[in-house]
Design a protein around this ligand. Structure first.
Ligand SMILES: [Zn+2]
Length: 53
């Protein structure tokens, strides 16, 4: 069964979730979202996030 990572906007296998969430790319995306939710980095990241939701 595949699941969607709404942080990276990709499909990953259910069994890969635990390894995916510690990947550099995922953490990078996650930190961008954290910045965005704090209202600090309202720039490309927020536009990028909107396109995913
Ligand atoms: Zn991810």
């Amino acid at each position: 069964m595949s699941v969607r990572c709404n942080i990276c906007s990709i499909e990953i296998d259910e069994t890969e979730v635990e390894t995916h969430i510690v990947t550099q790319k995922h953490l990078e995306n996650k930190s961008k979202i954290s910045i965005n939710s704090n209202g600090v980095g309202k720039s490309v990241a927020s536009m990028w996030l909107k396109s995913f939701t």
